[in-house]
Design a protein around this ligand. Structure first.
Ligand SMILES: C[S@@+](CC[C@H](N)C(=O)[O-])C[C@H]1O[C@@H](n2cnc3c(N)ncnc32)[C@H](O)[C@@H]1O
Length: 375
């Protein structure tokens, strides 16, 4: 299975917490689309498996692309890759871009999964985040997307927001559950440098939630989603049976993929390629080959590959396996086994049919456990 990730580096507005790569100036957007198409062509031999099973438009805000821009990208994919008939094609969409016209056009392109940036159902939080939509717009956009035949819908929700108490968080989750969608991705608010929120925190102007409250939010989330029939197939991701994100699951299973666009990464099992995170330089490098390469390459040592395996797999329902750990020859198996045994004895990890998985208690301390198992 192979996948293509396409990064659309533009947003209508900057959210106060976000340090992903994007620009709010769209003056060169058509040059960007041409460059993305050129990169798709240049990378056509990167994947050993020619059949593409997943395409993911991420951002930034890919839903702001117009029909011509999307059409150019799809033509380029069709020209240079073999798209499986059952491919999962996801578009990250913001509520303000979802309309009858946009939905009809996305459907016509074969987009069959929407990941909608809801973040919160409370208008005062949306305002605080500098979002470009209200809660009512989010709710209406989901109803409309369903009417247009989108039956695989995910939403993003953020918890750990300042002053978000247990009752309000429970209400957010219940609203999400009430929408009867197939997938929910949750994010704990992280404070990133060089963001509006980061600056406020640095000046001491924001009261952040403490670790205890965050743990309480996670416990409420895990319990409510389970009761509503969602499977926690990755620590932050919940789905109705069979509705795992195929694209994101392939990252966690370390399947090769191509990343297109500024700031995107590609992975072929042995190396990672990192595209430059600057819109003007990305366009310049791609269109002027003598200028140099648009990406840098990192070779992954056996230790790097083992660390990535632990980092990605331990967070998932697929867990980690002794026989897979043993494939990383540089790893001290005895030491890892001792650590795993002690995590099992202390109730952080459980061993089921040769697979080590985090327990609920372990999920609350996933980052620490992962670090201990890494080399
Ligand atoms: C890069 S965003 C793009 C999605 C979409 N354009 C939007 O605005 O909703 C992907 C997701 O990352 C999450 N995210 C980004 N920065 C975050 C932060 N500092 N803390 C928590 N979640 C964050 C948000 O939930 C967001 O939906």
């Amino acid at each position: 299975m192979s996948g293509i990730y396409i990064h659309i580096p533009y947003c209508h507005k900057a959210c106060n917490y976000c340090n992903f790569h994007f620009s709010t100036s769209m003056k060169d957007i058509n040059k960007m689309i041409d460059s993305i198409c050129l990169e798709l062509e240049k990378k056509k031999h990167y994947l050993n498996n020619p059949i593409v099973e997943t395409v993911y438009f991420g951002g930034g805000t890919p839903s702001l692309l117009n029909t011509d821009q999307l059409s150019s990208i799809f033509q380029s994919i069709q020209a240079h890759y073999t798209l499986s008939k059952t491919a999962e094609i996801t578009l990250e969409a913001n509520p303000e871009d979802i309309s009858s016209n946009s939905l009809a056009s996305w459907k016509a392109f074969g987009i069959n999964r929407l990941s909608i940036g809801v973040q919160s159902f409370q208008d005062h939080y949306l305002k605080w985040m500098n979002r470009n939509h209200t809660s009512a717009e989010s709710l209406n956009s989901i109803v409309l997307a369903k009417e247009y035949g989108f039956d695989n819908i995910s939403i993003d929700l953020i918890y750990g927001l300042p002053n978000l108490d247990a009752t309000a968080w429970r209400k957010e989750i219940n609203t999400a559950i009430g929408l009867n969608i197939t997938h929910v991705s949750t994010y704990c608010l992280t404070i990133e440098e060089k963001t509006a929120l980061g600056n406020l925190v640095e000046k001491g102007l924001i009261d952040l939630n403490n670790e205890e409250t965050i743990e309480q939010h996670m416990l409420i989330l895990m319990e409510a989603m389970k009761d509503a029939g969602y499977e926690q197939y990755e620590i932050s991701n919940f789905c109705k049976p069979t509705f795992e994100s195929k694209h994101n699951s392939s990252y966690w299973k370390r399947t090769p993929y191509i990343g297109i666009g500024p700031g995107a990464h590609s992975y072929n099992g042995e190396t990672r390629q990192y595209n430059i995170s600057s819109n003007p330089l990305y366009i310049k490098y791609l269109n002027t080959p003598s200028f140099g390469s648009v990406y840098t390459v990192e070779s992954l040592s056996e230790d790097d590959q083992y660390n990535e395996y632990i980092l990605t797999r331990l967070r998932t329902k697929w867990g980690i396996k002794q026989e897979e750990i043993a494939l990383f020859k540089s790893v001290n198996l005895l030491k890892i086994n001792q650590l795993l045994d002690s995590f099992c004895q202390n109730g952080f990890i459980v061993k089921e049919n040769d697979i080590y998985k985090l327990t609920t208690k372990g999920k609350l301390l996933a980052d620490e456990i992962t670090l201990r198992l890494m080399v």
